[in-house]
Design a binder for this molecule. Structure first.
Ligand code: YSA
Length: 328
């Protein structure tokens, strides 16, 4: 085929090619090593010198024309594809963004975190104790010997090895006194376990926050002031509190604190001045030091804070309930 025919055929094929893959095949067919144009260029050397220059120029012109047509068609195809893209793939930047779903902290965790922050701010250290306790820390050291009728107040889950699931956070008092000595200002948050029947205000597993202050000349006035300060910071105005005498073997005198919301009183906290036997069990001399302690129910505080009428909601796992609480 002569050069002009090759060029015409190549340009026609290039013009009608539909995509870049087809174009690449044409590039190989018309310009590749086995193409007729490449063969013509290779054959130039065999031509008489007089013809060689003219034939060389003509072959190169044909080659350049095919190259230019290939490049032009490639640019055309790319431009067309981009126009197509804009028709099909577009973003409406004015659409409102999809709101991300955020996780929530459990309401009891929210209250516990706030309690810890408030006490931390008042100079208390935050210490945790074990859930599995021994009889000594849970009872004996707290002035509740085996024969004492007050032991029945705590419906205990006993373990087969003679240990128990702690029935309150008070055993951590003893551990902290022995570890840190006096003076001491600490709170002990955590779960406690009681084998008791569950109703709207009683759970078998619930949270307590224990507080302990040991110092010189500590009085019940310090105790009431601390509790009032915390409740004032955590609860809305209008939630009323009252103190009344109570009984705990590990405090003397003992008190209880109730709070009222929506016309309903709920017992929130037991407290008192640490009994000398308990100070001694903690390795602290009661002639030199005095102290107060309290143990408040975190679940009940959360009920009062958020206006929840049944404690069982907390462990219900009901997403509709849990999603009502603010993200931390
Ligand atoms: C008392 C004097 C101290 O010096 C130190 C701590 C205490 C508290 C004592 N250790 C105790 O456990 N007392 S208590 O049995 O009355 O519980 C304390 C608080 O835990 C209660 O006032 C209540 O708010 C909460 N509570 C008790 N039983 C509960 C409960 N919350 C939910 N479900 C239960 N079953």
């Amino acid at each position: 085929m002569d050069l002009q025919a090759i060029q015409d055929e190549a340009l026609a094929a290039i013009k009608s090619s539909g995509d870049e893959a087809a174009l690449q095949e044409l590039r190989v067919r018309y310009l590749g090593r086995k193409s007729e144009l490449a063969g013509a260029l290779r054959g130039l050397g065999k031509l008489p010198a007089a013809e060689r220059a003219v034939a060389g120029q003509a072959t190169n012109r044909a080659k350049q024309a095919v190259e230019a047509a290939l490049d032009a068609r490639r640019d055309e195809l790319r431009a067309a594809r981009e126009v197509g893209l804009a028709d099909h793939e577009w973003l409406d930047l004015t659409l409102p963004a999809r709101r991300p779903r955020r996780g929530h902290l459990h309401p009891i965790t929210l209250v516990e975190n706030d309690l810890e922050k408030l006490f931390w701010g008042m100079g208390y250290r935050v210490v945790e104790g074990p859930w599995i306790e021994d009889e000594f820390h849970n009872f004996d050291a707290l002035n509740i010997p085996a024969s004492h009728p007050a032991r029945d107040d705590w419906d205990t889950f006993w373990l087969s090895d003679g240990n128990l699931l702690r029935t309150h956070t008070s055993p951590v008092q003893i551990r902290a006194m022995r570890r840190f000595g006096a003076p001491l200002k600490a709170v002990f948050p955590g779960r406690v376990f009681r084998n008791e029947s569950v109703d709207a205000t009683h759970e078998a597993v619930f949270g307590q926050l224990e507080g302990l202050v040991i110092g010189r000349d500590i009085t019940p006035g310090h105790l009431f002031h601390s509790i009032n300060a915390i409740l004032g910071a955590l609860l809305e105005e209008g939630v009323r509190t009252r103190y009344r005498p109570g009984f705990f073997p590990f405090t003397e005198p003992s008190f209880e604190c109730d709070i009222m919301r929506d016309g309903r009183w709920l017992e929130l906290c037991g407290m008192g001045m640490v009994h000398p036997h308990v100070l001694r069990a903690g390795g602290i001399d009661p002639d030199e030091w005095t102290g107060f302690a309290f143990g408040l129910g975190i679940d009940r505080l959360a009920m009062m804070r958020y206006g929840i009428d049944d404690i069982r909601w907390f462990h219900s796992g009901d997403q509709r309930f849990l999603e009502q609480f603010p993200c931390a």
